[in-house]
Design a protein around this ligand. Structure first.
Ligand SMILES: *Cc1c(COP(=O)(O)O)cnc(C)c1O
Length: 479
């Protein structure tokens, strides 16, 4: 399997080569030359596999340049039971009392070290990066900006890895006590937390400046592991297959082939749901992929109107589901590429239009969004979030987090008779105790395995918003 750019200007490259890059060399996004096609019998043959075994089968279709036994080892290490709270790695939890036409279940993607779904892909990427770097005798210095979740998932996945250092910028005094404790208590020598006197955008701008200086970037082997990373997208495909297999365990064997389920995905950068779209394109019987947005609903607007109009950072609301506060969905280009017949010329023209006019008009293709690709979408607000957390707690005695609540709210609008609706749980409620309290009156404690986290000593370097200081700091500590 080889990988090409959506803009058509990159020579086809193998998996391990694209894993180390962010954008394609021509500024586009990297996509598989073609997606593997699976028969119902092949998928059925995976029913008895454990999560790491299933990951090996599916990632083996993408990482064809990594020998199978070595890939199996990477997957075993990434999805080792001692890294996840649930023994099954990804448990399915039906919501009781959803008396509507179909049943709703949660797909538990937040059992990993940082209690959010990003661990699922990051844990694999950490293993895969270390492996690929060792093979090619290279090193990598990851630089990133975080307002909380992404940074910690990357640090927990890359801590202690040979040949890798992490420089993670966070806004001073703007993260929750939990987020600070989670990141700053890591004592591994290759993890560098830098608290910038500024807001998240200032951190992001510093990262852009350094990554945009190609000479500095090459000299210090700088890289990123953001949500456009193809390793992450491929690793996320696994849990769609896993969820379908677990949901159909109880279906009579004769009725399983082609048994349709729908998914609802709380979305921001369009990464998670893109992996679902790939799973569907590979032959997994997914009826609907329902995109759930919060008040920053650029993507909901796109899927309802066919017009994609990203908003500026200034026009982006700070909401109670903060990981979805995104107004420019970096992975959308990969879907638009397929919508436009995988034609790099049409794709490039669309992005030129975006540069020129601030939007892309795909109204002509709108009917195909649902009929051909199965996409639907909806928006959830702060009031919806609170009401949904409360109602799920009342009927199921399960407390869900605000992002998952956006998912359940929108899922309820699109659930169909006889089609199970699986909502991806993207974070654990313990990360958002205030919202949970407002919704339910419940004081939610820290999960048992994290008790004591807040009391651990913290290690962080405070720095002014100063590019030169950051440059020297990295130059001194890069691997
Ligand atoms: C990152 C994140 C999302 C959004 O996922 P995308 O892949 O960016 O669409 C949703 N919820 C939580 C909790 C997240 O951390």
């Amino acid at each position: 399997m080889k990988y090409i750019s959506t803009r058509g200007g990159m020579e086809a490259a193998p998996y391990s080569a694209v894993l180390l890059e962010g954008l394609a060399t021509d500024g586009g996004l990297v996509v598989p030359e073609s997606l593997p096609q699976l028969s119902a019998a092949q998928v059925e043959g995976w029913r008895s596999l454990s999560y790491p075994e299933l990951a090996t089968e599916i990632l083996g279709l993408f990482a064809t340049d990594i020998p199978r036994d070595e890939l199996a080892e990477l997957c075993r290490a990434a999805y080792a039971p001692d890294r996840f709270v649930s023994e099954r790695i990804v448990p399915l939890v039906p919501l009781a009392g959803e008396q509507g036409p179909g049943e709703i279940a949660l797909v538990g993607l937040s059992e990993g070290p940082t209690l959010a779904f990003k661990d699922m892909a990051m844990q694999f990427l950490g293993q895969a990066l270390e492996y690929v770097l060792a093979k090619s005798d290279r090193t990598l210095n990851i630089i990133g900006a975080t307002s909380g979740d992404t940074g910690s998932a990357a640090e927990y996945a890359l801590r202690g890895k040979d040949g890798i250092a992490v420089f993670m910028l966070s806004p001073q005094g703007r993260m929750s006590a939990f987020q600070r404790a989670q990141m700053y208590s890591l004592t591994d020598g290759n993890i560098h937390n830098i608290a910038i006197a500024g807001v998240f955008d200032d951190c992001q701008n510093l990262v852009k400046k350094l990554s945009g200086d190609l000479e500095y970037k090459r000299e210090h082997n700088l890289g990123t592991v953001n949500s456009i990373n193809l390793g992450r997208i491929s690793a996320q495909i696994v849990y769609y297959f896993w969820a379908w297999l677990r949901q159909t365990d109880a279906v009579p064997a004769a009725e399983r082939a082609g048994y349709e389920v729908s998914f609802t995905i709380p979305s921001g950068n369009f990464g998670n749901i893109l992996s679902g779209h790939f799973a569907r394109s590979m032959g997994l019987p997914i009826r609907r992929l329902v995109l759930a947005a919060n008040e920053n609903n650029v993507l909901d607007e796109f899927f309802r109107t066919g017009i994609y109009a990203p908003r500026s950072a200034a026009a982006t609301f700070a909401t109670s589901s903060p990981s979805m506060d995104i107004s420019k969905a970096s992975n959308l280009e990969r879907f638009v590429f397929e919508l436009l017949g995988r034609d790099p010329q049409r794709l490039s023209a669309a992005w030129d239009e975006l540069e020129r006019t601030g939007q892309i008009d795909l109204r002509a293709e709108l009917p195909r969004f649902e009929t051909e690709f199965g996409f639907q979408s909806g928006t959830s607000t702060h009031a919806d979030r609170l009401a949904t957390i409360r109602s799920v707690f009342e009927t199921s005695e399960i407390i869900i987090d605000p992002h998952t609540a956006d998912g359940v709210k929108v899922a309820r609008e699109f659930v169909e008779p006889g089609v199970p609706m699986l909502v991806l749980e993207t974070a654990k409620p313990a990360k958002f105790p205030e919202v949970v309290f407002d919704a339910t009156g419940q004081q939610i404690g820290m999960p048992e395995h994290l008790a004591g986290l807040l009391d651990l000593p913290q290690r962080v370097t405070d720095m002014p918003d100063d590019e030169q200081q950051l440059r020297s700091f990295i130059a001194e500590r890069a691997v």
